[in-house]
Design a protein around this ligand. Structure first.
Ligand SMILES: Nc1nc2c(ncn2[C@@H]2O[C@H](COP(=O)(O)OP(=O)(O)OP(=O)(O)O)[C@@H](O)[C@H]2O)c(=O)[nH]1
Ligand SMILES: [Mg+2]
Ligand SMILES: [Zn+2]
Length: 364
C-alpha cells in the first residue's frame, strides 16, 4: 500500500475512533459522514477553484465547439475511485491517490455497494456525487420478496464467520454459501473463538458436515491469534459475513490493528451478539489483498435465486442431478426423488436436504 493511502486510511480510522458517538447508534453513519466531511478531505495544494483549473485546459483545444466547452467549464472533471464504506445512502470513496471523499448518489434510490468502482464528480471541495458504477465482477447480495440488500461488490471470496458462542444458525451458513456459489466466489468457513474449549467442540461438530462435503473450515481465535487466516486472504478481496457477535470485526482488528473496527461485548444473557458494525467497510491488507467487514445479519433471503441456482449451491447434490423421476422435482414430496432416497440411505445428510427445502420454500 502506498504510504499516502495508509496515512489517509489511518487518519480516517483515527478520526472515526474519536467520534463522539457510540457504535450501534443508528445515526452513527450520518455523524461519521458529517464529521469526516468537515475536516478530512482537503488534499494539500489542491485549488478550490475548479472552473479556473478547467478553463485553463479549455483554451488549449481550439477544435471544441462553444457549447461543449461551456458544458465542460461548468462541470468538474470526472474522477474514479472505489467505494470503501457504505452507509445507507452515503459513501466514502477512495481516490487513486488515497484521498477519501464523502459521496452521495443522485436520486433517492441507491444502487451502490461497498467495493464498487465508481465515477464521481465533486460538488464541493470535500463532497462528490457518484455518477456511474463500473460493471461489477461480482455482487454478493441478499433479498426478500421485493427488496434486495447489497453486501459487497467485486469480492472474490466470502468468509462466513461462525463462533463457539453465541450459537450459530446452520441455515444462515447454508444460505451464505449458496449466495457465494451463485456468484462463483471462493468460500471459506471460519470457526472463531476456539479458545472457548467445550463450546468450540460443539461448534466443530456442527460444522463437520461442511468439512465432509468439501468446504474449507479454518479454526482460530481472533482474540489470541488471527494469523492463520492471513494465507487465505492473500490475493483476494474477501468479505466477512455472518451473524452478529461472531467476531468479524475482532478479526479485522487483529489483522489490521489500525482498522479499530468497533467491537462490543456480546450479551451473554441473550446468547446473541448485539449489532456492533453498522456499515460495510473495506480495508487494505496489502496491494493485492483487501478485506470487507460487514454488519452482522440475522437473515439471508435468497429470493433473487431460481430453484436451480439454490440446488446448485448445495454442492453435494450434484451427483444426483437429473436422477429424480420428475424433471421439475422440488425434492419435497414427489415420488421417485433421488435426493430424498439418498438422504434416507445416509448418502447425503437429511439436515442439508431439509435446509434446501426451507430455502426453496422461501420463508425468509
Ligand atoms: N473468547 C473470544 N471472544 C471473542 C473472540 N473474537 C471475538 N470475541 C468477542 O466477541 C464479541 C463480538 O465480537 P465482534 O468482533 O464485535 O463481532 P462482529 O461479528 O463484528 O459483530 P457485528 O459487528 O455485530 O456483526 C466481542 O465481545 C469480542 O471480544 C475470540 O476469538 N474469543
Ligand atoms: Mg462487527
Ligand atoms: Zn427430487
Amino acid at each position: 500500500m502506498k504510504n499516502s493511502t495508509l496515512f489517509l486510511l489511518l487518519s480516517f480510522a483515527a478520526s472515526a475512533q474519536a467520534a463522539p458517538f457510540a457504535e450501534g447508534d443508528p445515526q452513527a453513519g450520518r455523524k461519521l459522514f458529517d464529521q469526516y466531511n468537515c475536516n478530512s478531505c482537503h488534499s494539500p495544494g489542491r485549488s478550490s477553484n475548479i472552473s479556473a483549473r478547467i478553463s485553463t485546459r479549455a483554451t488549449t483545444n481550439s477544435n471544441e465547439r462553444g457549447d461543449e466547452r461551456l458544458d465542460r467549464d461548468l462541470k468538474p472533471p470526472v474522477l474514479q475511485g472505489q467505494v470503501v464504506a457504505a452507509f445507507s445512502r452515503q459513501y466514502l470513496v477512495e481516490l487513486p491517490g488515497g484521498e477519501l471523499l464523502p459521496c452521495l448518489t443522485r436520486g433517492k434510490k441507491s444502487a451502490v455497494a461497498c467495493g464498487d468502482f465508481v465515477e464521481l464528480r465533486r460538488t464541493s471541495d470535500n463532497q462528490a456525487v457518484i455518477e456511474k458504477i463500473a460493471p461489477r465482477k461480482t455482487l454478493l447480495h441478499r433479498s426478500v420478496a421485493f427488496r434486495q440488500k447489497f453486501i459487497a461488490a467485486n469480492v472474490s471470496q466470502v468468509i462466513v464467520v461462525v463462533a463457539a458462542e453465541p450459537s450459530f444458525d446452520d441455515g444462515l451458513l447454508a444460505r451464505c454459501l449458496v449466495a457465494a456459489h451463485d456468484q462463483q466466489l471462493e468460500a471459506l468457513i471460519v470457526l472463531n473463538k476456539c479458545d472457548l474449549g467445550e463450546l468450540a467442540a460443539a461448534a466443530r461438530a456442527q460444522l463437520a458436515p461442511y468439512r465432509s462435503i468439501g468446504y474449507r473450515v479454518l479454526e482460530l481465535s481472533a482474540k489470541t491469534d488471527a494469523a492463520p487466516l492471513l494465507p487465505f486472504l492473500q490475493g483476494h478481496t474477501s468479505v466477512l459475513v455472518g451473524q452478529s457477535g461472531m467476531g468479524k470485526s475482532t478479526l479485522v482488528n487483529a489483522l489490521l490493528p489500525d482498522a479499530r473496527a468497533a467491537t462490543r461485548e456480546i450479551s451473554a444473557a441473550l446468547d446473541s451478539g448485539k449489532h456492533t458494525t453498522t456499515h460495510a467497510r473495506l480495508h487494505h491488507l496489502n496491494a493485492d489483498s483487501h478485506l470487507i467487514d460487514c454488519p452482522g445479519v440475522q437473515a439471508f433471503g435468497l429470493h433473487h435465486l431460481a430453484l436451480g441456482d439454490i440446488e446448485e449451491g448445495f454442492v453435494e447434490f450434484a451427483a444426483y442431478r437429473g436422477l429424480c423421476r420428475f424433471r421439475n422435482c422440488r425434492h419435497a414430496h414427489e415420488p421417485g426423488c433421488a435426493l430424498r432416497e439418498a438422504a434416507e440411505e445416509g448418502k447425503i445428510l437429511a439436515r442439508r436436504l431439509k435446509l434446501f427445502q426451507d430455502i426453496s420454500s422461501r420463508p425468509e
